[in-house]
Ligand binder design. Structure first.
Ligand code: GDP
Ligand code: MN
Length: 382
């Protein structure tokens, strides 16, 4: 789950990581009065679940309440398109209004779960700011990666190593070691998959300050992070993905045209690989889960059908706890509910495969049956 910058900063403050003073505003008038309260100078930042705001006109330094108000008028209620959003952008409903900071240096600091080392990794660079992506591509040697051993956690010597690599003054090393430790504590306790501070600013006064903050919470840990649930902003999420979450369907929208109805995450990944290997493109990742009911399968297919890019659907079910007839009935019900007859390729194996096949055959839907993944690929290239 993604959260907004202002929410991420409230978490950072709870963990003793310093951030600029500021307030959230939802109308231009409110922006005016907050900027007035800050003495007339402020930075206004669009609150959206996407980075790249600075380059997209979503961040502005203003030097009067009037300037702030008119900037807010141009942004609130609009869609912001950044390099990290689709062409339709994301809605701007809130602005973060903060005191301006005198910046000496912009650093980069992040903690991620790294799949290849199967560890938490701290990433740091002297070259923080809006061009970090280019730094990573052009000069990867400027990016330091420090792997954390989960048995011992973050160690002060690792913090010092990072602080020296960031070329901090001797007087700043201690606070950097503490700041990184606090950030790591937040990362672990809040079940984050990402904490990113870009930029971590060295102010003109020589202090460290988290000027931007991005936090993602691991969706699979939400059951024990219930207090984070109220930070969810569904307006920022893909509407189909948000709907799928409500029905506990694991769905990720992609940009191809082959809809996928699959049970099991591994089979869903393999199915996407087969589609790509056949030269086609998946429209989604979808795992209905092991114990899906007919209703849940119906909902899943309705979500697939709601994506206007979908021109055909691959039903790839390996029946176990979820029987093939349950999935097949869901497909039939969804197509009936929506009044559509899409091209279907079905591979039903395992429990009640015969019954499932019968349901699809008798439905009058446009189904081709296949048994092997090679045949799936063949059907997709036809
Ligand atoms: P992002 O582009 O979505 O990552 O948005 P950021 O919050 O990182 O803001 C973009 C850039 O605006 C930062 O890299 C800074 O250079 C600049 N910026 C943000 N707040 C301040 C501020 O208070 N003072 C100064 N001088 N620059 C700021
Ligand atoms: Mn940033």
């Amino acid at each position: 789950m993604k959260i907004h910058e202002y929410q991420a900063k409230t978490i950072l403050v709870q963990y003793g990581v310093p951030t600029p003073n500021g307030e959230v505003a939802v109308t231009p008038k409110e922006v005016f009065s907050v900027v007035n309260g800050l003495g007339g100078k402020a930075v206004i930042k669009a609150q959206v679940h996407a980075g790249g705001r600075g380059k997209a006109g979503g961040v502005k330094l203003v030097s009067s309440p009037q300037e702030a108000e008119s900037f807010a008028e141009g942004l609130l209620g609009k869609q912001l398109v950044t390099s990290q959003t689709g062409p339709e952008g994301v809605p701007v409903q809130k602005l973060l209004v903060e005191e301006t900071i005198g910046v000496d240096k912009e650093l980069y600091l992040a903690i991620v779960v790294d799949g290849s080392s199967k560890r938490h990794v701290i990433i740091a660079s002297q070259s923080g700011g809006m061009d970090i992506e280019e730094v990573a591509v052009a000069t990867p040697e400027k990016i330091l990666r420090v792997i954390i051993d989960p048995n011992v956690g973050y160690q002060a010597y690792q913090g010092r190593r990072i602080a020296y690599a960031l070329d901090l003054d001797q007087s700043q090393v201690r606070s950097a070691v503490d700041l990184i430790g606090n950030l790591y504590k937040a990362f672990v306790e809040r079940d984050c998959s990402l904490v990113e501070i870009n930029p971590l600013v060295v102010t003109i006064e020589g202090n460290l300050l988290a000027v931007d903050a991005k936090i993602n919470i691991d969706d699979d840990a939400m059951f024990r992070q219930q207090s984070m649930e109220e930070m969810r902003d569904s307006s920022q999420e893909d509407q189909l993905e948000a709907e799928a979450t409500v029905f506990d369907i694991s769905y990720v929208k992609l940009d191809g045209d082959v809809g996928c109805l699959v049970n099991g995450a591994g089979l869903a990944m393999a199915t996407m690989d087969i589609i790509l290997a056949a030269g086609a493109k998946p429209a989604n990742f979808l795992d209905v889960g092991g114990s899906a009911t007919v209703e849940k399968c119906t909902k899943a297919v309705e979500i697939i059908l709601a994506d206007s890019n979908v021109s055909r659907i691959l039903v790839n079910i390996f029946g176990g706890i979820l029987s093939c007839d349950t999935a097949a009935q869901g497909v039939v019900d969804a197509c009936k509910n929506k009044g559509v007859n899409p091209k279907l390729v079905a591979r039903l194996l395992g429990s009640n495969a015969t019954e499932g096949r019968k349901i699809l055959e008798e439905s009058g839907l446009n189904v081709s049956f296949v048994d092997t993944l090679n045949e799936v690929a063949e059907m997709l290239t036809k």
